[in-house]
Ligand binder design. Structure first.
Ligand SMILES: Nc1ncnc2c1ncn2[C@@H]1O[C@H](COP(=O)(O)OP(=O)(O)OP(=O)(O)O)[C@@H](O)[C@H]1O
Ligand SMILES: [Mg+2]
Length: 302
């Protein structure tokens, strides 16, 4: 097969590993920077030009679209879809996963466990919001935050109200979430490929830090998931209309609670923590060109 990896940089760990794994399995690989793809729209003739040359013979794409270029990256993926090229992640699912609020709404409907979460657009409602999620301590998150930045633990009601007020004054949109204390500053990342959890790791926040992000000094170790955790990861992936996903969850006294489903999960952390060849599993999925769990329009409509 001829496989294109959509990535800004061929030297990134995930891109490199996917290219290696594809070549090892006998495929031709091309890394395309999605920001250098031109989309040509014409009646019944969808085309992409890459650095001035027409792209014609790609059998499948693996999108690795970063959060900062979601708009253009997903448009390029959509154009490949118009050209009937198989994609491991469809364009709508990428866009859907980048909206934290929309994602939580979909996950809630699918019946997966979630920390109780509230959102308001009305800045006079701080007090109510705090009550709705069960009072302090609670977690306040910037909707646009990533890598643990913009995630704040408010220990008291007063602190919570002040932080929400401050964010609102800055015109930043936030969600307010029940604090899951028993997670003990750790979360779990389950890596899902085509209806299966292929690897999982536990990330532990460094001393004195409730956020487990590796970017905030956390450390990762391999972990064996319970049946409930596996099932939550698969259900969440399906609810988002994804076939490859990094599902983050907290271990709570009422079972696994999903924090987020990542549509472009990195391979470095999970491969190093688990010693599993995740890239190979992804290429194996590409070879089938057919997702196992068919995500129908009926299941995901938003
Ligand atoms: N409700 C919560 N209760 C306890 N700990 C939490 C809660 N929400 C988040 N955390 C901790 O904070 C970390 C960062 O939160 P989260 O993953 O929601 O934001 P982020 O990493 O900045 O965003 P993203 O995952 O979208 O890049 C989590 O990995 C987890 O360890
Ligand atoms: Mg996170």
């Amino acid at each position: 097969m001829k496989i294109a990896i959509l990535s800004r940089n061929a030297n990134l760990y995930s891109t490199r590993r996917l290219a290696e794994a594809a070549e090892k399995r006998g495929h031709k690989v091309q890394v395309l920077d999605h920001l250098k793809c031109d989309i040509i729209i014409e009646q019944n003739n969808p085309l992409i030009y890459y650095k001035g040359e027409k792209i014609t013979d790609i059998d499948a794409i693996i999108p690795r679209v970063g959060a900062s270029v979601t708009f253009y990256g997903s448009a390029v993926v959509r154009q490949f879809e118009m050209m009937n090229v198989f994609t491991t992640t469809n364009s709508q699912a990428i866009v859907r996963s980048r909206d934290k609020l929309r994602s939580l709404q979909l996950l809630a409907r699918a019946g997966v466990g979630l920390p109780k979460t509230a959102f308001t657009n009305y800045s006079k409602e701080e007090k109510n919001l705090v009550e709705v999620v069960g009072g302090a301590p609670l977690v306040i998150k910037l909707l646009e935050g990533t890598q643990g930045l913009g995630v704040v633990l408010a220990e008291t009601k007063k602190a919570a109200q002040s932080v929400i007020e401050a964010f609102h004054n800055l015109k930043a949109r936030v969600i307010v979430q029940e604090f899951i204390k028993e997670a003990k500053a750790a979360d779990i990342r389950a890596f899902v490929v085509n209806g299966e959890v292929v690897g999982a790791m536990k990330r532990q926040g460094k001393e004195g830090e409730f956020r487990s992000n590796l970017h905030r000094g956390g450390s990762a170790t391999v972990v064996k998931l319970s049946r409930a955790e596996k099932s939550a990861a698969l259900k969440a992936t399906e609810a988002m209309g994804l076939h490859i996903a990094g599902v983050d969850m907290l271990q709570s006294s009422r079972g696994p609670l999903i924090l987020e489903v990542n549509s472009s999960p990195g391979l470095e952390g999970i491969e190093k923590a688990t010693d599993i060849d995740v890239a190979d599993r992804i290429i194996e999925f590409v070879e089938t060109r057919q997702p196992k769990a068919k995500v129908t329009r009926k299941k995901v409509t938003h």
